[in-house]
Ligand binder design. Structure first.
Ligand code: TYM
Length: 334
């Protein structure tokens, strides 16, 4: 393992993980685990920034742990842990609340999207969430952060916080500015019902997403019902933004086969989406169903999953507490 290359990334344990989480984040976690020292965090403190059910949140922690392991993350060589089991995250977030500027938060597009028209009624946590995210990353002095494209702006804020902290406290390069690792071929998987919105756990219709635990029949049904336009497959999918649903399906196909979108279009040029969708459904089944089956199997062994998290918390606490002590010294909170 190359020294000093450390990853921290997080996933909210808020329910079924979907194809967007898989291609945006988990697939990269699996690929990068050999090269980097990795900390994978279940971001339950982020999940409480919006309305939620405490009991479901707890259950989802085990489900998300199972999903990471089922996707191929080795829990022995990587640290998988629950955010709230390491109290240093909350402590550092407070310190960064005093480093970050209000104007920076006001620019965050995800807050605007999630708070919607009633921003005054949103929780303060939803607004300051990117600061907690910066604390998650910088607490481990992570050098790289694999995420989907939707988290890019939060990563930029994290980098701004690291730079300002180093300057304010004349701490030289105490914090490295972490680099995002965003998948090049498929950085944003879109909803199957509306190609202009990202695939998300919070969209009401389950038909809008492929969950990692969907069975073969459900996957086929969702792909068949997925929105497309009446035109055949053609170059126009790449040229303009007028066919977002078509583009999304081609993009998913390209990610599954490792082929460039242009090559997928060349192969399928002139064909109808009905035919293409059959092939896409089969490719998805091949990729997703073994993971889904493994998730279900692992979930039947909560003792095993809880042990992974217990070991992970211990390792995470050691690194986090050592770094927090240094940070507290720098800011004068001894
Ligand atoms: P979350 O739980 O919304 O999503 C987890 C990961 O999945 C990616 N993702 C997607 N990628 C492509 N297409 C999509 N439709 C899609 N939907 C989700 C996200 O980009 C993310 O990588 N704030 C984070 C969790 C977090 C975190 C962190 C991440 C907390 N602290 C520190 C990195 C570092 C979030 O809500 O992710």
């Amino acid at each position: 393992m190359t020294q000093n290359k450390r990853i921290l990334s997080g996933i909210q344990p808020t329910g079924n993980l979907h194809l967007g989480n898989y291609f945006g984040a988990i697939n990269n976690f699996v690929l990068l685990q050999k090269e980097y020292e990795c900390f994978f965090m279940l971001a339950n403190m982020h999940a409480i920034t919006v309305k939620y059910e405490p009991q479901i949140l707890e259950d989802n922690i085990l489900e998300t742990t199972a999903a990471l392991v089922a996707s191929g993350i080795d829990p022995k060589n990587n640290t998988i842990f629950v955010q709230s089991s390491v109290s240093a995250h909350a402590e550092l977030a407070w310190i960064f609340n005093c480093t970050a500027r209000i104007g920076w938060l006001n620019r965050m597009t995800q807050f605007k999207e999630k708070a919607g028209s009633n921003k005054e009624k949103a929780s303060v946590g939803l607004l300051t969430y990117p600061i907690l995210m910066a604390a998650d990353i910088l607490l481990y002095r992570a050098t790289h952060v694999p995420v989907g494209e939707d988290q890019k702006q939060h990563l930029e804020l994290c980098r701004d916080i690291a730079i300002k902290f180093n300057n304010d406290f004349k701490a030289n390069d105490f914090f490295v500015t972490p680099e995002p690792i965003i998948p090049e071929n498929i950085s944003r998987v879109m909803s199957l019902r509306d190609g202009t919105k990202k695939m998300s756990k919070s969209e009401e219709s389950d038909l809008s997403r492929i969950n990692l635990t969907d069975d073969a029949d459900l996957i086929l049904k969702k792909i068949q019902k997925g929105k497309t336009d009446s035109e055949a497959i053609s170059e126009s999918i790449l040229k303009s933004n007028t066919r977002p649903e078509a583009r999304n399906l081609i993009n998913i196909f390209s990610a599954l086969t490792g082929k460039k979108m242009q090559d997928v279009i060349t192969n399928w040029n002139g064909k109808a989406f009905s035919e293409f969708k059959k092939e896409l459904g089969l490719l998805l089944i091949e990729k997703i169903c073994p993971i889904g089956k493994e998730i279900i199997k692992l979930k039947s062994d909560p003792v095993f999953l809880k042990q992974i998290l217990k070991d992970g918390s211990k390792k995470a606490q050691e690194v986090a507490n050592t770094n927090l002590m240094e940070i507290k010294k720098i800011v004068g909170l001894v």
